[in-house]
Design a binder for this molecule. Structure first.
Ligand SMILES: *Cc1c(COP(=O)(O)O)cnc(C)c1O
Length: 418
């Protein structure tokens, strides 16, 4: 089930201090999850989590990640710029390339970041943009379908990412000839997976792959990178994956292949780290009864795109009404001129009045960061609920000035801001 650790009075207090809508994040929650993750993999030498910046690219959050001894997984120039500005040192930055502009590789190399190549053709680009490093990681795509038991979890064969196995064999030999001496293998086969057998299965796939490739190429692997993909229980009836169990099961698989020694393990979890530790706080502002009953709120899909984009479920509670019967059926909607701008469809909720404070759960990853400006709607503020129970503004809300900033060559620019 979603994360219900914060009580309504916390959200109510925040909403007295800051205008809605905003995303609120729990510092303590994020720290606890990172500590649990590190403890679960403490059996593995040099284990490192590289938090996927795209999940929650706020410097105050990334500082928390840094203080907990974790690195960053970046996949764009601006994400690299964030890592640099925060003083992440090279080996704490993973750069995962994918159809990237060439100069991003140059930038990643100049920071000393660990580069994770997505394709065999990137070897030549990297050679001429920053140079081939001593240690290099390559992303694997096994093709076909990826199943856990009888359940198809993903379709790597349709995914744009990674090398085939024969390309890896060839690419690794090229990299060796160009001077690399240490290698990593990465793969990401299934997103938002709450089945705790995902990481153990992926570890088995990557360790087996490494052993096959070692035999063929004579190369030894320094690490496997299990990437992101561990899911969170967005729905009340779902159970959270147990990170300690996952750590133990990965260890079992690992020890089968490497009773002693062996490559280290890296992760790039985004959603699992911050997803449940964020909430979108919004006021009900309108209600409307036509063929269905609608509650209009002051947030919209520009602040949280997942329901509109994936039909994703986000749990909603109403402050002060958690214990009331869910005897009303509502669509909860934003203000976009776009009918998919709905946070919930046919959702049983307590009776909602204009002015009620609604909490949309599990918005801490791929929430704010997926925001956009359709209809000229502006991105919201982000608030950190600190370990000492303070509320800290960590990003202000956008203003029309921000929205119009890129029109500064237009003759009407000055008048826009009058
Ligand atoms: C998106 C992404 C992640 C994080 O995925 P989550 O589902 O948030 O865990 C990690 N690594 C790479 C390369 C990614 O693209």
């Amino acid at each position: 089930m979603p994360n219900f650790t914060l009580q309504d009075d916390v959200f109510e207090k925040a909403a007295r201090l800051f205008p809605t809508p905003f995303h609120l994040y729990s510092e303590e929650g994020i720290r606890t999850r990172l500590r649990n993750l590190k403890a679960a993999f403490s059996w593995c030498d040099d284990f490192e989590e590289y938090f996927a910046v795209k999940a929650l690219p706020n410097p105050s959050i990334l500082r928390v990640i840094q203080e907990e001894g974790c690195g960053l997984d970046c996949s764009s120039m601006t994400e690299l710029m964030l890592a640099k500005a925060l003083g992440f040192s090279g080996h704490h930055i993973m750069f995962s390339a994918n159809a990237m502009p060439d100069d991003e590789l140059t930038c990643a190399r100049s920071l000393g970041a660990q580069v994770n190549l997505d394709d065999i053709s990137h070897i030549e680009i990297l050679r001429t943009h920053g140079g081939i490093p001593e240690c290099i990681c390559c992303r694997y795509n096994p093709g076909g379908e990826f199943s856990i038991g009888n359940f198809v979890m993903g379709n790597p064969g349709d995914a744009k990412f990674g090398f085939t196995e024969s390309q890896l064999e060839e690419g690794l030999m090229q990299l060796k000839a160009l001077g690399s001496t240490s290698f990593g293998l990465h793969s990401f086969l299934s997103s938002n997976t709450i089945d705790s057998s995902y990481y153990p299965l992926l570890a088995d796939i990557l360790l087996n792959l490494g052993i096959r490739l070692s035999r063929k190429t004579g190369l030894a692997f320094a690490f496997i990178n299990l990437s992101g993909g561990i899911g969170i229980p967005y729905q009340p009836e779902q159970e959270a994956p147990d990170i300690f169990q996952i750590g133990r099961e990965v260890r079992e698989i690992y020890r089968k292949h490497f009773p002693v020694g062996g490559p280290s393990i890296k992760t790039e979890l985004g959603r699992w780290v911050t997803g449940p530790e964020g909430w979108l706080v919004t006021h009900a502002t309108h209600h409307k009864e036509i063929y269905k009953h609608y509650i209009g709120v002051d947030a919209c899909a520009a602040n949280l795109m997942r329901p509109a984009m994936y039909g994703a479920y986000h749990h909603i509670t109403v402050c002060g009404k958690r214990n009331l019967p869910l005897d009303h059926i509502y669509d909860v909607t934003g203000s976009l001129c776009e009918n998919n701008d709905k946070f919930a469809i046919d959702r049983p909720l307590p009776e909602i009045r204009d002015g009620d404070l609604l909490i949309i759960h599990d918005t801490g990853a791929h929430g704010f960061s997926m925001g956009y400006n359709y209809n000229g709607r502006l991105r919201s503020a982000e608030i950190l609920y600190t370990c000492d129970h303070d509320f800290r503004l960590i990003r202000r809300a956008e203003t029309p000035k921000d929205y119009f900033a890129t029109l500064d060559m237009d003759p009407c620019y000055a008048r826009l801001l009058e």
